[in-house]
Design a protein around this ligand. Sequence first.
Ligand code: ZN
Length: 228
Amino acid sequence: MDSIYKERARLIVATFPEKIQKDSADGKCSLFPHIIDMFSTSAEVWSKCFNDIPSGFDNYNCPECGKFTRNVPTIWIKQQKQICDEGYGALGKYLQQTTTNFQTTCYQCERTVCNVNRVYNRHVYVELELRKNLKSQLMTCKLSEFEKSIEFSANNNTFRLKGIISYSPGHFVAFCRRSNNQWELHNDLSTKEVRITHDPTITPTAAIFIRRDTAVRNQPIKRKRTEE
Ligand SMILES: [Zn+2]
């Protein structure tokens, strides 16, 4: 375990140098001279670690600035009401319905409304953390509710749900969906992943979809011709 904690600290220090703090007010005299305050959202960690693999690309066509592309680190749910009303089971349907062509204020000039075409990348991180209203707690659900959101289609591709990040006060855990549809709980407070055999209540903060590589999948299997 010690080596895992050391390796984790090494990775965090290398990736988030700005999070290192002195743990005393004057910055002197302590047995533990530094702490790393990683209190933040999982989206921040994801955006930083996958900076070069964003969730999508927004292709703007602005009457003033012309054409340009902007990386989209994580996907936001703009119209949250549908999911707040119907539950997280409606997530796949929502992403399916959400058009990949939309209009929004130009990201560069911030003046003109322009057409945007969104293309999803191989890994799509969807930010959740929904609340029914500003005063209510984060929405919870049963893990099984996500079975209804297993896939969505966009840009002639299918995206499959492979992971959910769930929040419990002060801590995040990950539910990973294996190719045999078995869910596993990955919790860094445990030494091993746990196969899910019940239906836990979770507080989803993100869902991760992976693009199915249809081009590869639909290729006929080439058999080696054997010489007679
Ligand atoms: Zn513009």
